[in-house]
Ligand binder design. Structure first.
Ligand code: FAD
Length: 469
C-alpha cells in the first residue's frame, strides 16, 4: 500500500547498531527503547493498523536538544528515520521498519499567551489537550474533529475542521515554528525568519525538519452550538446537510458521514450496522443564528439530535473515528467548487456505495469554502483552496489479507462518485510519487522541492509524503 520515500538506509550489524545508538542511550536512558524492552511494543505502535513494521529503536525525546541528538544518530548511521507525533497518519508515516522512530509524545507542553493571542505547542502535543488548555481561557485554535490527532501532523499537512470556514485551515493560523533541521541547526520559521521554510511548513508535511514548537493564533471562543445529528440514510438528508454547509455562514462548519452505524449506546439499537447519515456540527455564532441554520436539518426529523450549547472543547471529548489499530484504506479528494452542492442522484449513489460495501465503510465529507477559499493558493503549501467539499472514502479491513479488497472498493467508489485525483495529504492512505503530485499542484511542488534542497538535501526526513530534493 504505502510507499515511503527513502533516505540512505544502511543495514547495520547488531554490534554496529548498538554502537551507533550508544550516545543516544546515554542521553535518554530508559527512554531509548529497542525490541524486547518493556514498553517497546506500545511505543512502536501507531493509531492505524497494518502489516508488521518493527523499528530498530524508538527515541522518546523530551526536548529540542534530544531531538537534535537523535537526528545526529540518523544522519550519521543512515538509519531510516520516522518522526512520530499523534501517530494518526493513515499511511503510518510515524513508524519505520528497521529504522529509528523519533517519538515526540513526551514533548506535550502547551502555553497559552492570552495577552498575545498565541498558543505555543511543543511538537508532540495532541489536538484535544491543546483545545482543553486554550478553552480554559475561552480561546481556541481550529484543528480537526478528533482530540487524539497530533497538532504536529495535522498542522503541517493543512488542518481542516469545525472552525475552518470561519478561521481558515490550521496552517492559516500557524504564526511561526521552531524547527530542528537535518544538519543539527535549530531555526525559527515565520514571516520574517526563514520565510521559505515557513511557507513550506504550511502544508508540506514533515519533509523539512522536526517542528519542536508551533505558535498558533488563538481566537475568542466560549460556548458554541455543536454536536452530533443522525438521520435515516436518505438522499434528501445528505443533500440538505451539504447544502446547509455550502450556503451557510462561515460560523457553520463540520462534516457529514455516510457510514454503517456503530453499536454506540446513543444510537438507537435498530440502526446498528445499518447505513446512516451522521453529521458533526459546530456553529460558533449566537444561539439564535445557529437555530436558523439548523432548522432545515431538524425539519428532516433526525433519529438523534445531540446538537446543543456546549463549551468548544467538549466537541473533542470521547473517541473519534475508527478504533486504534483498525486497518483499512482511504482515498481522499474533492468534490465541487465554490458554493456547489451535490444533487440527490449523487447522494443516492453515495448511500448505495456504503450500503453495498460488504464491510465497514464510510464516506466522510468535510465542508470547505468560507475562509479556506479566501486565502491565495500560493500563500501556503496547501494550495487546493477552491473546492466546496473534501471527501474521504474509507473501507476497513479485518485482516492484512483483506487490504487489497478494501483498496479496490475505495478506488472504484471514488471513481463512481467523481472524487478528484488531487487530494489532501493528511488523509491519503498511500504515499506514492503520484499521490505527492496529487497533493500539490505543479508550481507548489516545484517550490517545495526548492525548499527541500535548501533544508534537507540528503532527504533525512523521508517517512512522509516525500518531496524528493
Ligand atoms: C481518527 C482520525 C481523525 C482525523 N481527523 C482529521 C480532521 O478532522 N481534520 C484533518 O485535517 N485531519 C484529520 N485527520 C488526519 C490527520 O490530520 C493526519 O493523519 C495527521 O498527519 C495526523 O497527525 P499525527 O501527528 O497524529 O500523526 P503522525 O502519524 O505522528 O504524523 C504524521 C506526519 O506528520 C509528521 N509530523 C508529525 N509531527 C511532526 C513534527 N512535530 N515535526 C515534524 N513532522 C511531524 C510525521 O513525521 C508524519 O510524516 C484524522 C486522522 C484520524 C486517524
Amino acid at each position: 500500500m504505502a510507499t515511503q520515500g527513502t533516505n540512505t538506509s544502511t543495514q547495520l550489524s547488531p554490534e554496529a547498531l548498538d554502537g551507533a545508538l550508544a550516545p543516544l542511550a546515554a542521553a535518554l536512558g530508559d527512554r531509548l527503547l529497542t525490541p524486547g524492552d518493556a514498553g517497546f511494543a506500545e511505543a512502536a505502535t501507531v493509531f492505524v493498523g497494518g502489516p508488521e513494521r518493527t523499528p530498530a529503536a524508538v527515541a522518546r525525546v523530551r526536548n529540542t536538544d534530544e531531538v537534535v541528538a537523535a537526528l545526529a544518530v540518523a544522519r550519521e548511521t543512515g538509519l531510516p528515520l520516522a518522526v512520530r507525533s499523534g501517530g494518526h497518519h493513515q499511511a503510518r508515516h510515524g513508524i519505520v521498519d528497521g529504522g529509528l522512530v523519533l517519538d515526540l509524545r513526551l514533548m506535550d507542553r502547551v502555553e497559552i499567551d492570552e495577552a498575545a493571542g498565541v498558543g505555543h505547542a511543543q511538537g508532540g502535543v495532541l489536538a484535544g489537550a491543546y483545545t482543553a488548555a486554550a478553552g480554559a481561557h475561552g480561546l481556541a485554535t481550529g484543528f480537526g474533529d478528533t482530540g487524539t490527532v497530533g497538532v504536529g501532523g495535522i498542522t503541517l499537512g493543512g488542518g481542516i475542521g469545525f472552525l475552518s470556514r470561519h478561521d481558515g485551515l490550521t496552517v492559516d493560523n500557524l504564526l511561526g515554528a521552531e524547527v530542528a533541521l537535518a544538519d543539527g541547526r535549530v531555526v525559527q520559521a515565520n514571516a520574517d525568519e526563514n520565510p521559505d521554510l515557513y511557507w513550506a511548513l504550511r502544508g508540506g508535511g514533515g519533509n523539512f525538519g522536526v517542528v519542536t514548537r508551533l505558535d498558533l493564533r488563538l481566537r475568542e471562543l466560549g460556548t458554541i452550538t455543536g454536536g452530533m445529528m443522525i438521520w435515516e440514510p436518505t438522499p434528501t438528508a445528505l443533500t440538505t446537510v451539504l447544502r446547509a454547509f455550502a450556503e451557510g455562514p462561515d460560523e457553520f462548519g463540520g462534516m457529514v458521514n455516510v457510514m454503517l452505524a456503530p453499536p454506540a449506546p446513543m444510537i438507537p439499537a435498530e440502526l446498528h450496522g445499518k447505513p446512516i447519515v451522521m453529521a458533526l456540527l459546530v456553529h460558533s455564532g449566537t444561539a439564535a443564528e445557529a437555530d436558523d441554520v439548523l432548522a432545515p436539518l431538524r425539519a428532516l426529523g433526525p433519529v438523534l439530535d445531540g446538537v446543543q450549547a456546549m463549551p468548544y472543547p467538549a466537541m473533542f471529548e470521547g473517541a473519534g473515528g475508527p478504533p486504534p489499530g483498525a486497518m483499512g484504506d482511504t482515498r481522499t479528494g474533492f468534490i465541487g467548487e465554490g458554493t456547489w452542492s451535490p444533487d440527490e442522484t449523487w447522494a443516492a449513489a453515495a448511500i448505495d456505495a456504503v450500503s453495498g460495501a460488504g464491510g465497514p465503510a464510510a464516506l466522510n465529507i468535510r465542508a470547505m469554502g468560507g475562509a479556506i477559499g479566501r486565502v491565495d493558493p500560493a500563500a501556503t503549501a496547501f494550495a487546493h483552496r477552491d473546492p466546496a467539499f473534501m471527501i474521504v472514502v474509507f473501507r476497513g479491513a479485518l485482516a492484512v489479507e483483506e487490504l487489497p479488497a478494501a483498496s479496490e472498493w475505495v478506488a472504484s467508489t471514488a471513481e463512481a462518485l467523481g472524487v478528484s485525483e488531487r487530494g489532501y495529504v493528511n488523509f491519503m492512505g498511500a504515499a506514492t510519487e503520484q499521490d505527492v503530485r496529487n497533493a500539490y499542484p505543479e508550481a507548489t511542488l516545484a517550490r517545495l522541492r526548492e525548499v527541500k534542497r535548501t533544508y534537507d538535501p540528503a532527504n533525512l526526513f523521508a517517512s512522509n509524503h516525500n518531496v524528493a530534493p
